[in-house]
Ligand binder design. Structure first.
Ligand code: AMP
Ligand code: ZN
Length: 466
């Protein structure tokens, strides 16, 4: 699979550095409120990347952190009159519920910053010892960007004619700032009265870690000095990822991430989302308007990740129609399969071009278009061909994380043809004592929202969660 790399500005073939597992890190949510659909554009695309790698037979290790201590979480926990832990735990749970609804695979490891304070202090100590960081009078510690010649490569600061020499006396104690205010950035923030109870002891006195450092320390803990891919929304390129590279490469000496995957921001009605404009949507807001999480997911993958995606409520209605059409065509394809046919998915059949789009710089709109073309071609298939085509379609839908609606026009639970075929195939595998295949197919059914219950002589199918 090929993917554009922000650092080299070229498309590169993805393969695990260690030859075994593709290890990647995604900057996770700051848990001070519900995630909005812009955040989810980024998380959904990262999920599609992982699913595509896995569908292509590559094992993955997916680490995504929870930012549970920073300026915003502290400020808003105080406003809510809750302890930081109580406050961030509530929002983390809400985030997990939304992720599940959107069909996001849970990361293999999901570390929180508060649980990794000793690792962060140790990294700062290394940076101070190596001359890359210095304490200030108020008990804070800053990273000296002029000590790292590679500073600015990711965000191409040289193209903006910013001179590292000019930063000698400039310091920023806030976590977020613009490129124009290039400065030494804070690794450890000396305790301030407004931090309340949220401080920890360190060699520089009481305080708390800076946001950029959290990710560097957790990456070192779970992925080591070098790993395959790092990802986030495009707003993280500067300063967050630039600062992570500086901290990690100076502390660990290695080459940090082999590849960078940044997702372009989602716009709403052609502009930036903001609470004050009343156009900041969460999954719950859209559910109240009657839209399902799968419809939201469909819209979010409907544009290429390097292009702007302009979200409108109309696009959700379009997604509803497209999903219903897809489900109907899949049912028609399943109906052409003779009972008892085993679904094998060695290739993608008429959906090959859809798969090629996905592995070519994660072209999700191309893949969706390819699915509709493949379905049209499938209408002509005969004999054993429809079964192979359906298997290919199912693999593609899994890679995109799309679960088709059960019925387009009725509330009663009707089992889709594709699910019936999958269940029957699994039952045959079970009768043949082919346990591995039986387990895989059971997992596939579960992924598509169906629970298969085995009896002695027969089985039942139920929507999962009932
Ligand atoms: P945050 O919770 O603000 O730390 O953001 C979580 C993730 O969402 C980060 O990878 C951000 O870059 C990303 N993000 C924030 N806003 C948007 C947006 N409008 N479109 C796409 N991604 C976004
Ligand atoms: Zn990060």
């Amino acid at each position: 699979m090929r993917l554009f790399d922000t650092l080299s500005r070229t498309e590169r073939e993805l393969s695990p550095i260690d030859g075994i597992t593709y290890r990647f890190y995604c900057c996770g949510p700051t848990v001070y409120g519900p995630a909005h659909i812009g955040n989810f554009r980024t998380f959904v695309l990262q999920d599609v990347l992982r699913r595509t790698l896995e569908t292509g037979g590559i094992r993955t290790l997916h680490v995504r952190n929870i930012t549970d201590v920073d300026d915003k979480t502290i400020r808003d926990s105080q406003k809510a009159g809750q302890s930081l832990t109580e406050f961030t735990t509530g929002w983390t749970e809400k985030f997990h519920t939304d992720c599940e609804k959107l069909g996001l695979l849970a990361p293999h490891i999901e570390p929180g910053a508060v649980e990794h304070i000793p690792q962060q202090i140790a990294m700062i100590q290394t940076l101070v010892e190596k001359g890359h960081a210095y304490p200030s009078d108020d008990g804070s510690v800053y990273f000296k960007i002029s000590s790292f010649p590679g500073y600015g490569r990711l965000s191409r600061l040289d193209e903006r004619e910013l001179d590292l020499g000019k930063t000698q006396n400039a310091r920023s104690s806030t976590d977020e700032y613009e490129k124009d205010s290039l400065s030494d950035f804070v690794l450890w923030k000396g305790r301030k009265p407004e931090d309340g109870d949220n401080f920890w002891s360190s060699p520089w006195g009481e305080g708390r870690p800076g946001w950029h450092l959290e990710c560097s320390a957790m990456i070192q803990e779970y992925l080591g000095d070098s790993f395959d891919l790092h990802s986030g929304g495009v707003d993280l390129v500067f300063p967050h990822h630039e600062n992570e590279i500086a901290q990690s490469e100076c502390a660990c000496g290695g080459h940090f991430a082999a590849q960078w995957f940044h997702i372009t921001h989602l716009l709403v009605d052609g502009g930036k989302m903001s609470k004050s404009l009343g156009n900041l949507y969460t999954l719950s807001d859209l559910a109240e308007k009657g839209f399902t999480a799968m419809e939201v997911r469909y819209v979010l993958i409907g544009a290429h990740y390097r292009k702007q995606l302009n979200f409108t409520l109309d696009s959700l209605s379009g997604a509803r129609e497209a999903l219903a059409k897809l489900a109907k065509s899949a049912r028609q394809l399943a109906a052409k399969i003779e009972p008892g046919t085993v679904l094998t998915s060695a290739d993608f059949g008429p959906f090959q071009s859809a798969w090629d789009s996905l592995t070519n710089d994660l072209n999700t709109p191309g893949a969706l278009g390819g699915i509709f073309t493949g379905l049209r071609e499938s209408a002509k298939l005969t004999g054993s061909e429809p079964a192979a085509a359906l298997a290919g379609l199912n693999r593609l839908l899994r890679a995109l994380g799309i679960v088709l609606p059960e019925t387009a026009d009725s509330d009663c639970v009707e089992i889709p043809g594709a699910i019936k075929v999958l269940a029957e195939t699994r039952w045959q595998a079970r009768l043949a004592k082919n346990w591995a295949e039986s387990d895989t197919l059971r997992a596939q059914l579960a992924e598509q929202g169906w629970l298969m219950k085995d009896g002695k002589t027969d089985y039942t199918l139920e929507p999962a969660g009932n």
